[in-house]
Design a protein around this ligand. Structure first.
Ligand code: FES
Ligand SMILES: [Fe+2]
Length: 438
């Protein structure tokens, strides 16, 4: 439970807000590369309550600038991509990628007025299918060396989706290890090729799918430990024959998490505010063993959303496709096989901004409470100019931000802590892209 004041502090991310300033101090996903391609590579985007235009310059670099012209407020997302920048359609003012106004063609020829005009502009970089932007002030920090960034592109897959609720609800869903025993339970085993099928595949050595395994063992011991990147969360379930099911997930501070997805895959998922009542999740999935089948993954994900907004086909307006007959016999939710929809429903159903003053948290919410404490502490630290988790100040500290290690495995009860690390180390050393990981 949070006080009203703390709930406001952690959920509000507009310009000048404490959490907004903290989140802006990190590189944040701004768009999929695939969204900004084709004949005219420019798109209006909204990020942290700011209206912006993201475009590719003539030299192939990314530029992110204010959406509205400094002259008389016209929408620059329709502007002309020419002369090394973005030109307003109304009176031809030209803005460079750094936001400087370079030309004002209707002004007197000798005028230097343009030198006084500048719109906001933010640095961008591209990694594995996503354009990241840095909306904080000053020099951007180096990008951490997390696996999702160092993985070769052919072993990755990126996508996004619109969730109509506050960003923190999305993050809190991702770091909550006990919900998987319920929300993602399948009452029958469906072999169909759907996204999240890994959840229905057998966990080696148990004869059971992950869905059944965690569904039967629904009371995990949850431990949370701090690390450079944020938090590591252990969910340990007691199995017969002195075995443990160990699931290691991570909060990647401040608004992402890294979770295992089957034996060889892991994904990092960010929850990035559009504004305080809606956000996009962005994901980079990476495979330690095999190049990803991008075509299939894309087909699966595209079938769940409508473009160009990536709004989910199942949403509040259609009760997320809730089917009581399905709920009786096939899935715990009655909302289909796509586990992403289950997560979406859970966090959207709370309302746009969850009222955390009236919730009742238990010990199984340990990771959620640990994250809130961390977030509130980091907001204070950032205001005071002190470092916060997951920030690098130079290349050396960026290189120290690695992994994070995420694994789903069955281990002997004695020594499970060593077992999962050994298994993870093996997966990394045997990976075709082990070179990038060392
Ligand atoms: S409004 Fe943009 S040039 Fe006049
Ligand atoms: Fe989930």
């Amino acid at each position: 439970m949070l006080s009203r004041e703390d709930n406001e502090t952690v959920t509000r991310t507009g310009p000048g807000t404490p959490a907004g300033k903290l989140l802006r101090a990190y590189w944040q996903p701004a768009a999929l590369v695939s969204e900004i391609s084709g004949e005219r590579p420019a798109k209006a985007i909204r990020l942290f309550g700011e209206d912006l235009v993201l475009y590719r310059t003539g030299t192939g670099d990314w530029a992110l600038v204010s959406r509205f012209c400094a002259h008389r407020g016209v929408d620059l997302s329709f502007g002309r991509l020419e002369d090394g920048g973005l030109r307003c359609l109304y009176h031809g003012w030209l803005y460079g990628p750094d936001g400087r106004c370079l030309e004002q063609p209707a002004e007197p020829e000798q005028s230097r007025f343009h030198e006084k005009v500048r719109i906001a502009a933010y640095p961008c970089l591209e990694r594995n299918g996503i354009v990241f932007a840095y909306l904080g002030g000053g020099e951007p920090p180096p990008l951490p060396c997390y696996d999702c960034f160092v993985a070769p592109q052919e072993y990755t897959f990126a996508f996004k989706g619109l969730w109509e609720c506050n960003w923190l609800q999305g993050v809190e869903g991702g770091i909550d290890p006990s919900h998987v025993s319920f929300l993602h339970r399948f009452l029958d085993e469906d072999p169909r090729e759907t996204y999240g099928q890994q959840f229905r595949e057998e966990v080696a050595g148990t004869g059971k799918s992950l869905s059944h395994l965690v569904g039967e063992h629904y009371r995990p011991d949850i431990e949370v430990e701090p690390d450079e990147h944020g938090l590591r969360v252990f969910a340990v379930r007691t199995l017969p024959d002195r075995q443990r099911h160990v699931r290691v997930t991570n909060l990647v501070f401040p608004n992402a998490f890294v979770v295992p997805f089957g034996d060889d895959q892991v994904f990092c998922q960010w929850h990035v505010p559009i504004d305080d009542r809606s956000h996009y999740w962005y994901m980079i999935l990476y495979d330690f063993r095999t190049p990803t089948d991008k075509e299939t993954l894309l087909r699966q994900r595209l079938s769940a959303v409508t473009l160009p907004d990536y709004r989910c086909v199942r949403n509040r307006e259609n009760d997320w496709g809730f089917d009581p007959a399905e709920q009786r016999s096939r899935t715990y939710t009655g909302m289909g096989l796509d586990i992403n929809v289950h997560d979406q429903w859970a966090v959207e159903s709370m309302g746009a901004i969850q009222d955390r003053t009236v919730e009742r948290l238990g010990v199984s919410d340990r990771a959620v409470t640990a994250n809130r404490r961390l977030l509130l502490r980091a907001i204070t630290a950032h205001e005071a100019g002190r470092p916060t988790p997951g920030t690098a100040t130079d290349q050396r500290s960026a290189a120290a931000l690695r992994g994070p290690l995420a694994v789903d495995t069955v281990a002997p009860a004695e020594g499970w802590r060593e077992h999962w690390r050994t298994r993870e180390a093996k997966r990394r050393t045997e990976s075709p892209w082990a070179g990038a990981l060392s």
